[in-house]
Design a protein around this ligand. Structure first.
Ligand code: GLU
Length: 466
């Protein structure tokens, strides 16, 4: 059975790159009917924080990437690492190194001077010197001295390193803590991981890890190193490009469905198809369709997908995220139209839920000020009179529905021998505070009859004074 994992180091938020790694690992597990593990790599205690752990889990939940096992925490597995290190010392796959800092430093300087790559010279590897029990030491892995270590990466193809290039790296520090490359291997081995899907910044760790697997007598997993993500400008994606944390996308008004669909296309393709439902992704996702080259972030495409999902997803999915936007704005939506009605009216007119919420605050809160440019353009001589006449029409309507409102106001425009714009725009200003909104009948329905009447009266009063 296929088993994949996502193994973030909790030193920051779940960012776009991490989310893509998580998604690909998750998809591959789902595609194959396998399992997906979440493992928190928190051995770097100085840089790991609880906030980061919470943020990663929050991001995974929001994207609806659920795990079958975990979250495991490396800091809870120290006894296990110790056990493996002891075994390796006994079996001769590892050794204690007592070299002093000064010696290592000197060696390093000499190597650099000669233009060589700094590496441990293996001094303690075969030493039989006696050492006191309290003498500090590190534990090093006995890396093979000759031959090659190779793997067939699902993305990069055949990758080969000379063992000569790799030195006897430290697996346990002098304070007794295990190191990163070691923990990853013990974890992936213990957890039965069959496919390691991760960013290609880890390619250079892979040969060392493979040698460790072999020393442990473990089967080496399949590796799949994903090319990095570049920003709109072709440079490595970073904070400079704006939102990089997944939850920041939520704040900016994107739907998780849009972000997931966007992420799947960052380095994976199926013909030139752009829109994938989750089931379709699971069905179609294979590792051999992952692209070798770096993928560029394209905010326009993300916006396009978001607009698509705002229009096509079942309303109740969109409503939850819209409510979140109103909460951010501090707007109470209990007094006003249903959020589903807002979505129906605004999905075609906006690209993000943030924009949707901002544009529809007027349905829940009194108008504090009229849009200046709109007022200048539409509240001209005669506009107040038109408002007054419209008010009469609205007050006398038998039925307050879109068709009746629109028809009645069109008749009024005809009667006054003016364009519909000259009726609709002052009304929009009056009932929403600005010059843009859905059709006038729809807008009035969103505002509600009583409030519509109240607002027209208020606008008459306000603009009469001017
Ligand atoms: N913890 C590593 C990181 O966050 C990932 C290690 C791995 O996937 O093997 O970059």
């Amino acid at each position: 059975m296929v088993k994949t994992r996502f193994a973030p180091s909790p030193t920051g938020f779940l960012h776009v790159g991490g989310a893509r790694t998580a998604l690909f690992s998750w998809l591959y597990a789902k595609h194959t009917g396998g399992e997906f593990v979440l493992r928190i790599e928190d051995t770097d205690r100085e840089r790991s924080t609880q906030e980061a752990i919470d943020a990663i889990i929050e991001g995974m939940n929001w994207l609806d990437l659920s795990w079958d096992e975990g979250p495991y925490y490396q800091t809870k597995r120290f006894d296990r690492y110790k056990e493996v290190i002891d075994q390796m010392l006994k079996s001769g796959h590892a050794y204690k190194c007592y070299c002093s800092k000064e010696r290592l430093e000197k060696m390093r300087e000499e190597q650099m001077e000669k233009g060589e790559k700094p590496r441990y010279d293996g001094c303690c590897r075969d030493s039989h010197e006696e050492h006191g029990a309290d003498e500090p030491y590190v534990v090093r892995f006995k890396n093979p001295k000759t031959g090659t270590v190779a793997f067939d990466d699902m993305v990069k193809g055949h990758v080969e390193f000379q063992n000569e290039e790799l030195d006897d790296f430290i697996i346990q520090r002098s304070d007794g803590t295990p190191t990163y490359n070691f923990c990853v291997v013990v974890d992936d081995y213990d957890m039965g991981i069959t496919h390691v899907i991760r960013g290609d910044d880890h390619v250079n760790n892979t040969p060392r890890q493979i040698n460790l697997y072999k020393a442990l007598g473990a089967e080496v997993p399949v590796f799949c190193h994903l090319a990095m993500i570049l920003g709109d400008d072709g440079k490595k994606l970073s904070k400079r490009h704006g939102a990089v944390s997944v939850m920041q996308y939520r704040e900016e008004g994107y739907l998780p469905e849009a972000l997931i669909n966007y992420l799947v296309r960052l380095g994976w393709s199926h013909g030139d198809q752009e829109v994938f439902s989750r089931d379709e992704m699971i069905d179609l996702f294979t590792l051999d369709a992952i692209t070798k080259s770096a993928s560029g972030f394209n905010t326009k495409k993300l916006n396009w997908l978001n607009a698509h999902y705002m229009k096509t997803l079942p309303k109740e999915k969109v409503v939850g995220e819209l409510k979140y936007q109103f909460d951010l704005l501090g707007v109470d939506v209990s007094n006003g139209p249903s959020l589903a009605d807002i979505v129906s009216n605004y999905a075609e007119r906006t690209q993000t839920l943030k924009e949707m919420a901002q544009k529809s605050v007027c349905y829940f809160k009194d108008i504090e000020a009229y849009d200046e440019a709109g007022a200048k353009k539409w509240m001209k001589e005669g506009s107040v009179e038109v408002l007054q006449k419209s008010l009469n029409v609205i007050e006398n309507l038998e039925s307050f529905d879109v068709k009746s409102i629109d028809e009645a106001l069109e008749n009024l425009a005809k009667e006054l021998e003016i364009g519909m714009g000259k009726v609709g725009q002052p009304l929009r200003m009056a009932i929403t505070g600005g010059p843009t909104s859905p059709g006038i009948g729809d807008t009035m329905l969103l505002v509600g009859r009583e409030r519509t009447i109240e607002r027209i009266k208020k606008a008459i009063e306000h603009f009469s004074k001017k």
